[in-house]
Design a protein around this ligand. Structure first.
Ligand code: SF4
Ligand code: SF4
Length: 372
């Protein structure tokens, strides 16, 4: 969340040798087709929408060669899900860690300082400032509370859009006997603002949540939203609390004998959320949770570090809905290739965007709760 100096940005950009290998996965499909990795470049088609081109645009903005926020420039900067596929692939081929998504966030914050923002993202900021949540929802939704062993951080999407996920997680927590609480006045974690270059407002949200959390004294916090978890891990000061994704926490509850889920005995494809997989390196825990409840994981053609984004991240769903839908349609095609119209994921944004493109998505927490 710290501002990067121009020197750091320019040094990083100079390490990109424009090979463009970050555009494709590192294997051929069974029919010898190259598999695309970058939704932004694949959809818009111009080099400036792939990682190396966006780096050059950033360099030109810093050098003053570009001095005006045209519609196309704003699209180049914000028309990317920050999915991190380019980072993973680049790390593999160049052995250099370029932190592509962090650099693109920095680009956005440079544009934001100049007032070159998308109206849709300004509206999110206004909604958050007015209501404390990214959807501008005014209703106060209460969750039961049974103690202070663990805090369940619900997040805006599982609270106001995909409520079945938070309800399922509460059922799982209750079944395990975990003494849990939800913050009385939980605000947006700050992720939508950090991803769209609006760090100033994010800082205020973070300060508020830290205050709420410190008063409780829990040992653990559990998240059904990988975006919230990433933000807590990377942008919150050390709270002295263990931060866990729901899959990790559920697995520990089962291994401690506190939760006894049943077995579903089905095979389902699993979609790796970008924020959980590439950004936090959590690939195995959700697969282990599925195994615990008798779900055989069917791997999609692009999985783990090569997973194709659901389309909604990085402010794309609000800023460029057609691009978000196109990206989800691509993933849905891949899901259907497995013969399934159902997919499992572990992120409320993935559930929302993939369901908008016509498949049924179960969050892990929902599937676990169904076995109890
Ligand atoms: S793989 Fe890395 S070095 Fe090659 S173009 Fe992509 S970002 Fe640049
Ligand atoms: S973060 Fe994802 S969408 Fe953005 S340039 Fe990299 S691969 Fe493409």
């Amino acid at each position: 969340m710290e501002k990067m100096s121009e020197d750091v940005v320019l040094r990083a950009i100079s390490h990109c040798f424009k090979c463009k290998l970050c555009a494709i996965a590192d294997f051929h499909g069974s029919d010898e087709k190259w598999l695309a990795l970058c939704p932004s470049g694949s959809y818009y088609g111009f080099n400036s929408f792939y990682s190396p081109g966006r780096f050059e645009v950033f360099r030109e903005i810093l050098s003053g060669e570009i001095d005006c926020g045209t519609e196309m420039l704003v699209k180049v900067a914000f028309g990317c899900q920050l999915c991190g596929a380019c980072y993973e692939r680049c790390k593999e081929v160049s052995k250099v860690e370029l932190d592509n998504a962090e650099l693109f966030e920095e680009l956005r914050s440079v544009l934001a300082e100049r007032g070159w923002l998308l109206d849709a993202h300004v509206r999110i900021r206004e909604d958050v400032e007015r209501t404390g949540n990214a959807y501008g929802a005014s209703e106060k939704l209460e969750y039961p509370s049974s103690g202070d062993e663990v805090i369940y951080f619900v997040g805006c999407t599982a609270r106001h859009r995909e409520r079945e996920i938070s309800e399922a997680m509460v059922r799982v927590l209750n079944a395990s006997g975990a003494r849990f609480t939800v913050l009385g006045d939980e605000w947006c974690c700050g992720s939508p603002l950090l991803r769209t270059g609006q760090r100033d407002v994010a800082s205020r949200l973070i300060a508020h949540n830290v205050e709420e959390i410190r008063g409780i004294g829990a040992e653990k916090m559990v998240f059904t939203c990988p975006g919230c978890l990433k933000t807590f891990k990377e942008s919150y000061s050390d709270l002295g609390v263990e931060l866990l994704h729901a899959s990790e926490y559920i697995n520990s509850l089962v291994s401690e004998g506190r939760l006894q889920p049943g077995k579903l005995k089905i095979a389902l494809p699993y979609h790796d959320p970008c924020h959980l997989g590439r950004h936090l390196g959590i690939y195995d825990a959700p697969r282990e949770t599925l195994e615990l409840i008798g779900v055989e994981v069917v791997e999609l053609s692009r999985n783990r570090g090569n997973a194709w984004c659901c389309g909604s991240g990085g402010g794309v769903k609000s800023g460029f809905p057609e691009f978000a839908t196109w990206t989800a349609d691509e993933r849905v095609g891949e899901i259907r290739e497995t013969g399934s119209d159902i997919v499992v994921s572990a992120c409320p944004f993935c559930k929302r965007n993939l369901e908008d493109s016509g498949v049924k998505v179960f969050d892990l927490a929902e599937l676990v709760s169904q076995t109890l």
